[in-house]
Design a protein around this ligand. Structure first.
Ligand code: IPE
Ligand code: IPE
Ligand code: MG
Length: 224
């Protein structure tokens, strides 16, 4: 069966650029272009929820120059891309603590989410200023404030992913084999897939390969 919810840790932009003797920002630009085309392909393949890790809480301590480059790419692309997603019926969501981002970026995000709300084809979630530990802690703190013990269902309802289908497949590009603070709770029973390709080189065909590998896996969820 095709996974409903796929998440991708889009890693390797910097190394992609370095190998070509280009500045890291050129890698981010190439990664962004790849991301746009790859998301189209994923929805064409029938995936209904695609969560893309674009900027972690920890990435926010990278040099200002790199962050400014990422924010300006975002300003250049996000408004038009959200319009395009609306036409395709894809709902755009940003998960993460957007208060960590510049004010104008927050406004662009809110406008994009409002513009695409209610799209029935699927959800594209962009993780920006996202950290799984922070997400879990803020859910725990909320429960503590309300003074109540939670069931698994109630806990899930406090996470950014509350209205997403369960995570089926988690892909990481860029050779590393770690989760780097991404969807730690949601990935409990996700299938993991690691690609050696740097993200700007991760093609539509590479996604198809990951989907094929997923379809061959036997998910047991601890049962016999
Ligand atoms: C991933 O690429 C994108 C972001 C974290 C913004 P990197 O920037 O981590 O690229 P590498 O890992 O240095 O190659
Ligand atoms: C993970 O990549 C975050 C994103 C892809 C957005 P990193 O490059 O931040 O991960 P580490 O530092 O190699 O673990
Ligand atoms: Mg990296």
């Amino acid at each position: 069966m095709l996974p409903k919810h796929v998440a991708i840790i889009m890693d390797g932009n910097g190394r992609w650029a370095k190998k070509r003797l280009l500045p890291r920002g050129a890698g981010h630009r190439a990664g962004l272009k790849r991301m746009i085309a790859l998301a189209d392909h994923a929805f064409e393949r029938g995936i209904v929820c695609l969560t893309l890790f674009a900027l972690s809480t920890e990435n926010l301590s990278r040099p200002k120059e790199e962050l400014d480059g990422l924010y300006s790419l975002f300003r250049d692309y996000f408004p038009a891309q959200s319009e395009r997603l609306k036409e395709k019926g894809v709902t755009l969501r940003v998960i993460g603590d957007i208060d960590l981002l510049p004010e104008d970026i927050r406004a662009i995000i809110r406008a994009g989410e409002e513009r695409t709300a209610g799209g029935e084809r699927g959800t594209l979630a962009l993780a920006l200023g996202y950290g799984a530990r922070q997400e879990i802690l803020s859910a725990v703190n909320r429960a503590v404030r309300e003074g109540k013990e939670l069931t698994e269902e109630e806990f899930s309802a406090l996470l950014y992913t509350k209205d997403f289908p369960p995570l089926d497949l988690l892909i990481r590009t860029g050779k590393e084999m770690r989760l780097s603070n991404f969807l730690l709770y949601q990935a409990a029973y996700a299938e993991l897939y690691f690609s050696e390709k740097m993200f700007p080189d991760f093609s539509d065909g590479d996604l198809d390969e990951a989907l094929e590998a997923y379809e061959k896996r036997e998910r047991r969820f601890g049962k016999l």
